[in-house]
Design a protein around this ligand. Structure first.
Ligand SMILES: *Cc1c(COP(=O)(O)O)cnc(C)c1O
Length: 454
């Protein structure tokens, strides 16, 4: 029988500030551009859509440290600090000399890291007199977090859920509804964007891109309603740095510092959250940690996408962002890691990848579940299909250590648990899970469309 060791922070030790990497990146990212004028946008340009404070955070390249509002920190205390765990069981099973640690974000009330930003965004909206918020959700993780956060801070939430998930993941829909949110399957007839898609294709299953278009449209046409986003944007990554800042203190308690930091990658929020606080020590030359983003082979924007200005949504309503992308028209296969099915990568991550500060790997769906099941049997937690990507990458690095005999310290983020994703495990266990590969032609075809943008 193996052991497990967990590290916690006291309430006092929970960080009081988030880390804003933009202020310290050696190369600042290119600006976001207005979709119509193609001119760089300012924080004020985002005010119609987003809360003003998060709009300012989005553009802030000055302040490396930003205070966590006390009411948000109070809510963090409901589940933070989250445990940092030394995974002795997994190490033993692999026979690796590596030390494997994971940060367990699955202990949040909604089961994932997403609440870290949802609480902050709901708080700022409330502060600014907003009454309604709207957003999109794929697998339902972000929608659940936002529904809960909205309820905490007294806001009404309207969530557009990608239709296929709405039908295939009724439990996440029920969670959102239990927290009082109004959930609409997307594409819907309630918006111009939804109508356009449905008229062209009545059986359309929906995509994150379409759902974003619908939520953005609702926010722009409804008074006192703001849009909130769970990933990709700079301010979301900012809020998620609570993960890495806690982990840094907890690793100190363990007397170690990571050689490799790993996170799964959808739009970058959990990866950024665990990575940026450690990455700041690479900027100063004080450390030389490797950072690995693990993405699905079926949606490989970091490993096979192109660095290019692109829209965040299908309809081209969002600002243009300079990022690694597969093209906003890219329709990813229906893998179980719904949270990783997004065509683009976000501005900061893209610049950091371009500048060689981070690396990316892609993982096949069946390999992720194999890794997730080994983890579950050794550490007790059934990981979210998304998190399985990080586990697979961590196991891969640990096995390299076995070959070389190196005693590296590996830290990965367990972004969520998979207790509401058991259909996926059932499929894997019965041998019915397939891998999806994207052909070079498909990638090339989608990216070619982008040349017309700028
Ligand atoms: C949403 C989600 C992800 C992917 O989003 P990122 O912004 O890339 O972190 C990963 N894991 C879980 C559990 C999620 O809910």
């Amino acid at each position: 029988m193996s052991k497990q060791k967990r590290y916690f922070l006291s309430e006092e030790e929970i960080p009081r500030q988030w880390y804003n990497i933009q202020a310290e990146m050696p190369n600042k990212p290119l600006p976001m551009l207005h979709p119509a004028t193609k001119q760089p946008i300012k924080a004020e340009d985002l005010f119609p859509l987003f809360a003003q404070e998060v709009s300012r955070q989005e553009m802030d390249q000055e302040h490396a440290w930003i205070d966590i509002p006390e009411p948000v920190r109070e809510q963090y205390k409901f589940y933070r600090s989250t445990p940092l765990v030394r995974a002795y069981g997994l190490e033993e099973a692999l026979g690796t000399p590596a030390h494997i640690y994971f940060k367990n974000e699955s202990v949040s009330p909604v089961g994932s890291h997403k609440l870290n930003s949802a609480l902050a965004q709901a708080y700022y909206c409330k502060q600014e007199g907003v009454t309604n918020i709207t957003t999109e959700t794929g697998a339902g993780q972000w929608g659940s977090a936002m529904s809960y956060a909205a309820k905490i801070f007294g806001l009404e939430a309207a969530v557009y859920q990608v239709k296929i998930s709405y039908e295939q993941k009724p439990y996440r829909r029920a969670i959102m509804q239990s927290y009082g949110a109004q959930v609409t399957p997307s594409p819907s007839m309630s918006t111009r964007a939804g109508k356009d898609v449905l008229t062209a294709d009545p059986n359309n299953n929906g995509s994150l891109g379409t759902a974003i278009s619908e939520a953005v449209e609702l926010a722009m046409t409804t008074p006192n309603c703001k849009y909130v986003l769970g990933s990709v944007l700079n301010h979301v990554a900012l809020h998620q740095t609570i993960i890495g800042l806690e982990a840094e203190k907890q690793m100190q308690m363990a007397g170690e510092y990571p050689d490799i930091v790993i996170g799964c990658f959808g739009g970058g929020s959990n990866f950024s959250g665990i990575a940026y606080p450690f990455l700041r020590h690479n900027f100063t030359g004080e450390r030389n940690t490797r950072f690995i983003a693990a993405e699905p082979a079926s949606c490989p924007k970091l490993t096979r996408g192109q660095f290019q200005y692109d829209f965040g949504d299908l309809s081209g309503l969002t600002p243009l962002m300079p990022m690694y992308t597969l093209g906003h028209n890219f329709m990813p296969s229906n893998i179980h890691a719904g949270g990783l099915r997004y065509h683009g990568a976000g501005i900061l991550i893209s610049q950091l990848l371009k500048d060689g500060f981070i690396e990316a790997v892609d993982v096949k769906q069946t390999d992720t579940f194999k890794a997730g099941l080994l983890f579950a049997t050794k550490e007790g937690i059934i990981p979210a299909p998304e998190s399985c990507h990080a586990i697979a990458a961590a196991i891969d690095e640990a096995m390299k250590c076995k070959e070389t005999g190196e005693e590296k310290v590996i830290l990965f983020n367990l972004s969520g648990h998979g207790l509401i994703d058991m259909t996926a495990y059932t499929q894997y266990l019965s041998g019915n899970l397939v891998d999806y590969e994207v052909s070079d032609e498909e990638v090339a075809r989608n990216i070619k469309e982008l040349d017309k943008i700028i």
